[in-house]
Design a protein around this ligand. Sequence first.
Ligand SMILES: Cc1ncc(COP(=O)(O)O)c(C=O)c1O
Length: 367
Amino acid sequence: MMKWKQQIYGMKAYQPGKPIEEVKKEFGLDEVVKLASNENPYGFSPKVKAFLEKDSTNHAIYPDGYAQSLRTAVAKHLGVKETELLFGNGSDDLIAIVTRALLYPGVNTVMADPSFSQYSHNAVIEGAEVRKVPTKDGKHDLQAMLEAIDENTSIVWVCNPNNPTGTIVSDDELQNFLKQVPSEVLVVLDEAYFEYINAPEFKDTLHYVSEYPNVIIMRTFSKAYGLASFRVGYAYAQEDVIAKLDPVRGPFNNTVLSQKVAIVALEDQEFIQECRDKNEIGKNQFVEFCNKHGLNYYPSQTNFILFEVKADSDVVFQEMMKRGFIIRSGNALGTPGYIRVTFGTEEQNSKFLSLLEEVLTEQGVFA
Ligand SMILES: Cc1ncc(COP(=O)(O)O)c(C=O)c1O
């Protein structure tokens, strides 16, 4: 008998959205659109495309583990010191690094429920206690999260905006929260969808890092920058925090090519702005649909929306898949009766919504 950690028994690997090729084969479809993983429907910047076409990277050589060039570019972009940054193989890697550095049996970690699954997943692997605090109207209940913190709490996760609900914590709420979190508890502000936020009550959070030694902000190139396959995320915190986390990082956790590509992508802020504008159009299409049909939805500050279907989410998921759209069933996200859909292009959204209308009529939801 091998000596597996007890908590590994019964754990499942991360369940990603179904791959397009698999769905094509299963249902004999020529075209399948994946609106399940909050990727950018417009791909990445044309500047990245041009770069990749002429790139001649030598892939036989190990990457720069310190990601110096990318570090310089991100530090400049944010207006922070290079030593205040940590790069990860996606922010998934950053979540694992932070967890590995701070969690072990006997300590606990506090997070919202539902929220991004990797916080609890990694915590369970490390044998820490997971304290899930129910969201209120899809929003973090920061007061209840404060109450869940005790002397054994090591990390509090604030997914802002929250996946899967898409809601934000306002600046006032965050300020009030940070003032009360004990200074020995690390507060992770996971801002994977930062670029899509347009609510005035959200204000840039970078200054909290200089004010609070226990705050770390995570962002990613996987969403608005459209580089999910390259796996680049970064964290910003005070130098001492980064210095503690850095030894926990894998030695070459970003590839040579991904580092180069992220630099090119960062330079094209016009592309990000265009994606942001188009995202708003998509959001409005879904909000109009929900309003027209009286379906509850959470106000989204991201590139996806979680809304009610008044039917079995798994059935809706399955019926939409047969029709060429992969989405997320709320059953898999802890929100039964709801589905989470990433905004596609305007045309994809229109097609999706008319097919959804058909499915929900078939299901007897609409007369
Ligand atoms: C809230 C949140 N954090 C982190 C991630 C991980 O992103 P990546 O590892 O691609 O940077 C995701 C991806 O869906 C997410 O939704």
